[in-house]
Design a protein around this ligand. Structure first.
Ligand code: LLP
Length: 448
């Protein structure tokens, strides 16, 4: 739960605003972002890394990974907290620029950036482009030449570390699309260095997402440092970017290590590696998204129907009842359970109840049986249509992965703070969706 969630009388409040008031003013489903939580975590993550690396005599830089959730407002919060911002498409770049972020403070990622995206990034002067393929080296070089600039670049390599996370979230084992194999990296850097319009600024690696321990990061840092040391022979290599991926608690079963503990473990590994290799420690950069914005968000839903479904369990042949509680959103506002079997929790938010708990499955309203919001949760047995459900930890990869499946508009995002609530991203209406349908003629159709 975000930090300002409170029990306020019988109901929950967040950022000092009762959830009932939020539902009434903005409707449900509703994404709610706790501004205080997002800003304070951004500052804490930055401080944790800066301190840990100051202790080993070097500096750390923290980028906010915009893919987790980016809007003009959020980009400004991150900027104000002193974070750099990592974008991975022309769209995310446009949002960061629209927020007024200094392009120098942006990193640009992507395994298949278009020529137009590369051109735009170079022309606005992004701080670094993270090169992800051999072809891209010449593309970025050509764009930099066209614009008469020297573009700073990093090279994303694949450290081969197997992160302990869902297979779809792991990105640095050998057989996947990101980065360049370690054994090809020296040649790739040679090619970068052969272009006068490019400045090689260091290696990058991202091992995956929703990772709880420090081991994978430490292992990846150790592997990259040997390569980093080798590259120092050809010139300056100021930075090493170890990516993001720090996990958060979605349910009480999740127990991620505190970020300062992780920062210290990684810093110690970097210090030990540099000492062994006899090299100075580089500036080390990180790109967390989820661990900054994930817990700041919650989603409010209204319960529409409940059903007790007899379920035959195959192993013992016994029949039990599973209570399906259906809400007014689902996989269109949170695709993560359907995509990754991600687990969430839920709570009745508009009242307290003393009813005995019942094991329920919270489902969405989409035409798809995999449309699950919370797979298994104990809720008071009297959960009933009209109740508000709050699902915590939906700040990352929910709005950003949202869709219009079944022609549902994406819900608005409301920021709450000190008793105030304001829309930071407007919700979509059916007019918005139909406006893109080229055959739709509002004059000829029935009123919506
Ligand atoms: N840097 C790079 C290069 C990345 O690819 C990512 C995430 C991050 C940083 C930020 O990772 P974070 O700190 O947020 O874990 N849709 C999935 C997550 C995909 C992550 C993609 N890359 C999910 O909902 O779990």
């Amino acid at each position: 739960w975000s930090r300002t969630v409170r029990r306020d009388g019988d109901a929950l409040s967040v950022g000092g605003v009762p959830v009932g008031e939020l539902a009434e003013r903005f409707g449900t489903p509703l994404y709610v972002v706790d501004e205080e939580d997002a800003r304070s975590r951004a500052a804490e993550v930055r401080t944790a890394f800066e301190r840990a690396f100051a202790d080993i005599g070097t500096a750390a830089k923290v980028y906010y990974a915009g893919k987790a959730f980016l809007s003009v407002e959020v980009a400004r919060w991150m900027d104000a907290a002193g974070l750099f911002i990592d974008v991975c498409s022309g769209g995310e770049l446009a949002v960061a620029l629209a927020a007024g972020v200094d392009p120098e403070r942006l990193g640009f990622h992507g395994n298949n950036k278009s020529l137009a995206e590369i051109d735009r990034a170079v022309s606005v002067g992004v701080g670094a482009i993270v090169i992800d393929s051999i072809q891209e080296i010449d593309r970025v070089a050509a764009a930099a030449e066209r614009h008469g600039v020297v573009q700073s670049v990093r090279l994303r390599v694949n450290s081969g570390v197997h992160a302990h996370t869902h297979a779809f979230l792991a990105t640095s084992h050998e057989d996947q699309k990101f980065g360049i194999a370690l054994e090809h990296a020296v040649d790739a850097v040679g090619r970068i260095r052969s272009h006068p319009s490019l400045a090689f600024r260091g290696l990058h690696c991202h091992i995956g997402s929703q990772i709880f321990g420090a081991d994978g990061f430490a292992e990846s840092a150790a592997r990259l440092l040997s390569l980093h040391a080798q590259l120092l022979e050809g010139g300056d290599v100021p930075e090493l970017n170890l990516g993001g991926g720090f996990g958060i608690a979605y349910t009480s079963a999740d127990d991620p290590a505190p970020i300062d503990e992780l920062a210290h473990r990684i810093a110690e590994t970097v210090a030990a590696g540099c000492e062994q290799l006899g090299i100075p420690a580089p500036v080390v950069a990180f790109e967390p998204g989820r661990s900054i914005i994930g817990t700041a968000g919650l989603t409010l839903y209204t319960v529409g129907t409940t059903k007790d479904v007899p379920v035959a369990f195959q192993d013992d042949g016994e029949t039990a009842v599973r209570r399906y509680v259906s809400v007014d959103g689902g996989m269109s506002d949170n695709a993560r359970p359907a995509l990754y079997e991600a687990e969430y929790s839920a709570r009745i938010a508009n009242r307290t109840s003393t009813a005995a708990p019942a094991l329920v499955r919270v489902a969405g309203k989409h035409c798809e049986s995999g449309d699950i919001v919370v797979n298994a949760e104990y809720l008071p047995g009297d959960v009933t249509p009209g109740d508000l459900l709050a699902v915590p930890a939906t700040g990352a990869y929910c709005w950003s992965l949202a869709s219009n499946y079944n022609f549902l508009g994406r819900p608005p995002v409301v920021a709450v703070r000190d008793g105030d609530a304001r829309v930071i991203v407007r919700g979509e209406t059916i007019d918005d969706l139909l406006a893109r349908d080229a055959a739709y003629d509002p004059a000829a159709a029935r009123p919506l």
